[in-house]
Design a protein around this ligand. Structure first.
Ligand code: FES
Length: 320
């Protein structure tokens, strides 16, 4: 069976604005890499045992390399810090094949809204729009100009399509999402990625729009989703392969309960935004609490994200 992991080499590692580094990854023998679409990400398996997700920012037309950017997170649990401090050109890294949870639909006009390091998936979308002669614009919000990753790059790429918004030049006011939404053309679709506060304000401002026109890539789950997860009751897990039965307490995730029982399962965000823990459902009804499955996937009840989702039925059988 073909491996789902790739061993790549870091062929470029450079600083891009304050606390952001850009890594170029290539096959050790310069072979072509598996294709990807705009909005895709890689899972990066770090030597310290952590799995982290990073969006591919280069053009999906490029076959020979993947490019990712890593911002040094203030709440780092060891992922971004490890990359900043320990990885350099020539090092090998293990990554997944590209996956896409933020698919760019083919429409006529695009309004991209990015904040901070959330610019990365948007960059690959901008490349796609340029290649396909699509009408697009980008609103890129940042706290200060000095933290503007890819500022020079974007200015060279297509300055007329890009509006930078610096909080410190606007009396520390955040981007006004309602103003943007009120100014949308009838054909524009929104693609938004950035800090949760910005995403939430865009989500609130777009309530009246059809969901087909508004797309988000969350870096962490909004607090409201987590509080809802904690409110549902306990239930029983039946595990098809191992034959085990495990009780999941009201204040526990399925993943926590399985780990407590000795299972070692893949995970990354533990917040329902990355799909690393996606697990097949054999019977029972999932109570989906993630931020990433589509309505069709939820209704199909075939898989679930066990780091946050729970059960609507008293017994839930998983393929574990
Ligand atoms: S670990 Fe990321 S969705 Fe479950």
């Amino acid at each position: 069976m073909e491996s789902t992991q790739l061993d790549l080499v870091i062929t470029d590692f450079k600083s891009e604005a304050k606390d952001t580094v850009v890594l170029e990854l290539q096959h050790p023998h310069k072979f072509d890499l598996p294709a990807f679409s705009a909005g895709s990400h890689l899972e990066v398996y770090l030597a310290n045992g952590l799995i982290r997700h990073y969006s591919l920012l280069n053009s999906s037309a490029e076959k020979h390399r993947y490019v990712i950017a890593v911002g040094l997170s203030a709440e780092t649990k060891g992922g971004s810090q490890y990359i900043h401090q320990h990885l350099r050109v020539g090092d090998q890294v293990k990554v997944s094949h590209p996956r896409n949870n933020f698919v760019l639909g083919d429409t006529e006009e695009y309004c991209f809204i990015a904040g901070g390091i959330g610019i990365t998936p948007i960059l690959s979308m901008v490349h796609w729009c340029i290649q396909h002669h699509k009408k697009w614009r980008l609103i890129y919000a940042l706290r200060h100009k000095q933290r503007a990753s890819f500022y020079e790059y974007l200015m060279q790429l297509s300055p007329d399509n890009i509006q930078f918004y610096f909080n410190d030049e606007n009396n520390d006011q955040h981007l006004n999402a309602h103003e943007i939404v009120n100014g949308l053309s009838e054909k524009e679709h929104i693609y938004c990625c950035g800090p949760n506060a910005m995403m939430q304000s865009v989500k609130d401002a777009t309530q009246a729009l059809s969901t087909e026109r508004v797309h988000f890539e969350w870096f962490s789950a909004p607090a409201i989703a987590i509080s809802e997860v904690q409110s549902s009751g306990s239930f029983q897990l039946k595990l098809k392969k191992s034959g085990k039965k495990i009780q999941v307490k009201a204040d526990q995730s399925i993943l926590d309960a399985l780990e407590e029982d000795g299972f070692e399962l893949p995970f990354s965000c533990r917040a329902g935004i990355c799909r690393t823990c996606e697990t097949t459902i054999c019977s029972g009804i999932a109570d989906h609490q993630d931020m990433i499955l589509s309505n069709e996937e939820r209704d199909a009840n075939r898989t679930m994200l066990i780091c946050v989702s729970r059960a609507k039925s008293q017994i839930l059988e998983l393929d574990l």
